[in-house]
Design a protein around this ligand. Sequence first.
Ligand SMILES: Cc1cc2nc3c(=O)[nH]c(=O)nc-3n(C[C@H](O)[C@H](O)[C@H](O)COP(=O)(O)OP(=O)(O)OC[C@H]3O[C@@H](n4cnc5c(N)ncnc54)[C@H](O)[C@@H]3O)c2cc1C
Length: 373
Amino acid sequence: MRYDLAIVGAGILGLGHALAASRRGLKVVVIDREAEAIGASVRNFGFVTVTGQQQGDCYRRAMRSRDVWEEVAPKAGIPVEHQGLLVVAQRPEAMACLEAFVRTEMGQGCYILTAEQTMAQHGGVLSGRPIQGALWSSHERRVESRFAIPKLAAWIERLGVTFLRKTLVKEVQQGRVLTTSGVVEATQVVVCPGDDMLTLYPQVIARHQITRCRLHMMKVMPAKPIKLPGSIMSDQSLVRYLGYAELPDSEPIKARLRAEQPRTLAEGIHLIVVQGADGGLIVGDSHHYDWSPSPFQRAEVDDLIMDELHQVLNVPGAQITERWNGTYASGPETMMRETIDDQTRLVIVTSGTGASTSFAIGEETIAEIYGRA
Ligand SMILES: Cc1cc2nc3c(=O)[nH]c(=O)nc-3n(C[C@H](O)[C@H](O)[C@H](O)COP(=O)(O)OP(=O)(O)OC[C@H]3O[C@@H](n4cnc5c(N)ncnc54)[C@H](O)[C@@H]3O)c2cc1C
């Protein structure tokens, strides 16, 4: 069997390419070494984030990908667990940064809530500790990745895409894909290997200065049921998310957090909380950069994340029911797309934004190969 396009990797980036290609009527095969997705794409928050993404391409890709999620989720039988984002400002410097953010072009679809408005609308879920106000964004969507990614793959398969699982791609030779299950012939090949930095094109990956980022994640069950209005973030996110952090107005909150929370910042911690259908909260995260990430998960990092959770949300007695970590490829750019030869491209999301941007990246690569639709 000869294919128009072979895609290496069945994470969200490979699936984003497969969807865009199948919509062009191409004969597509997706090849993955695992029996099912176990990488970053199922370990993340399933938080399709627009507000806070870096101004420019990343923000634009997030907006487009959000629209694709919105369109395909019902078709693929994927529930959208909640919509929108509440960034709770605990410090005046954070509030000033959020106010500056909504004045930028990225502020469309966002508005500021005063402390009183925030408490009136969302006080039931908040801890009751003093706040300065909040930003509400209507753009975000949240899917439960561990269920959403298999459902998305199954739906794409029903569209006519072939999946070869438990198959490692050892080498790509201009349209000949050498795998542990034999040779797959394809006119074009797109390699989406996630954070596998050695199997294919290690020199190219090294040239992009890519390493790994490891994150601590937890599932937390509140003792009393609560219903989040959307995804939740807090002051520390203004340091990590480039849409805020690149604004000059973020300098005062950065300086204050460096003084007040040096350990939290050193562990790369900021708070993201999203909710699933069973009421459980997915809570994270931390950021540790290492080519070979330590497999040992320090409890103090989880404790710092949980401290921030209790600062922001009213969840006394909440129990941690699951802990895991995940890794993603990390580099100086938010993503890389490299033409290896006229039949082969390597595409990697090199920041923690793949759940939010992969559909758009897939469309761009397919347009680059086959021309605009
Ligand atoms: C804990 C955590 C939280 C995150 N939170 C968010 C978030 O809130 N919002 C957001 O937008 N992003 C988030 N991200 C980032 C996002 O999950 C990643 O950017 C995205 O999943 C990367 O997708 P991928 O398909 O490139 O990689 P992966 O999901 O890792 O998939 C790569 C696939 O390629 C396969 N593969 C690799 N090499 C080969 C080979 N040679 N042969 C066969 N198969 C191969 C692997 O088996 C794997 O299945 C988070 C990531 C983590 C880890």
